[in-house]
Write a protein that binds this ligand. Sequence first.
Ligand code: AMP
Ligand code: GLY
Length: 418
Amino acid sequence: MKVLVVGGGGREHAIVWKLSQSPLIEALYCAPGNGGIASLATCVPIAATDLDGICGFVSENKMDFVVVAPDDPLAMGLVDRLMQMGVPAFGPTQAAARIEASKAFGKDVMQAAGIPTAAYRVFDKPEEALAYVSACPIPTVVKADGLALGKGVVICHTRQEARNAVIACMEQGTFGDSGKKVVIEECLTGPEMTVLAFSDGKTVLPMVSSQDHKRALDGDMGPNTGGMGTVSPALHETPDNMAFIRERVLQPCIDELARRGCPFKGVLYAGLMLTPDGVKVIEFNARFGDPEAQVVLARLETDLMEVFRACVDGTLDRMTLQWKKQTAVCVVMASGGYPGSYQKGLPIEGIAQAEQDGACVFHAGTRWEGDTLVTAGGRVLGVTALGADIAGARQAAYRAAGHIHFEGVYMRSDIAVR
Ligand code: AMP
Ligand code: GLY
């Protein structure tokens, strides 16, 4: 098969790395890819959001299968367009991807399906949202309805903060159209964990759990980022909470989307909080997490291409997933200044030594400038290692990261520390 993966971050490097081990695939392409993906797949310089460009490439080059990894092209309907062309594509349709692309839709699905989540209200008029926050319980959480690069959520500890968040979102247009509507919800507390699941629209096949570290600095301080590191399994995974998440969270969500006429085929991402009142859903996403994919796929034994095909063909009930028993840790090496502004084009050294040391170095933001690999994004690399336990995996990931250097590099030193 000729397979195209759409996207160009660390998550896509992990997907391409895993697919490159599949005997079902003869040729692997990635649009746009990055400096690391280029060693495993042919990178084609088409942006993930250039739907015409991607569809043109797929038909001219006769791709047999397309994997759409990032949220934007899913929300824009790339899978629908590929289906119309008769090309099998892994990922939800535009209608099903609304579970992520509209937080109000996501909450409505959760409410209809009886999935535990924070109590909430939806507003599309700023006056009404402002009146609500003048009397609601504090702290409260203000969320832009649409996609906002992970920046559309504000935890408000005072009424003034809540008012400011509503004004920024709804009146000043900080998130553009994404913020015209807001969800205001109860503030939950407790450790977080992520469970990704494959679905073919009916059957749900949960993956092993994982846990992101979203804040920029050690001790969960500093601004929110796309994710500074992950561990799999999550530090608080238990057989009981995994069974609950499968039966009371993932399956009801898939059933409700099917009932609404938009069956979900792809990876359903449940972002969860283990609150004093039990497991609650923070959000659903319509794709693999980044950097959750790096640690989860590092542990997957099963041929990922077989799983993708079963999701598209509706035969997931005949599959089982095999996992490595080991723990995986991914440490993100970021550009100085991220998630604010940062310099690009800085030479990167030491990746070969890190790989010799046994780590998988997934590239998030890199590119080749002649013979030199340089930085090209905020998150630059995700150094991923396996170990017999959490301590072993942490040690291996940090030892490997220690070989790598670029100017201004920073990483958290407490990934996978309880
Ligand atoms: P999201 O963009 O929805 O992933 O939210 C980003 C982060 O905000 C989450 O990982 C949580 O840490 C936090 N968050 C979101 N919703 C809530 C909530 N209702 N209560 C407490 N924290 C939340
Ligand atoms: N790492 C969080 C996400 O992918 O949404």
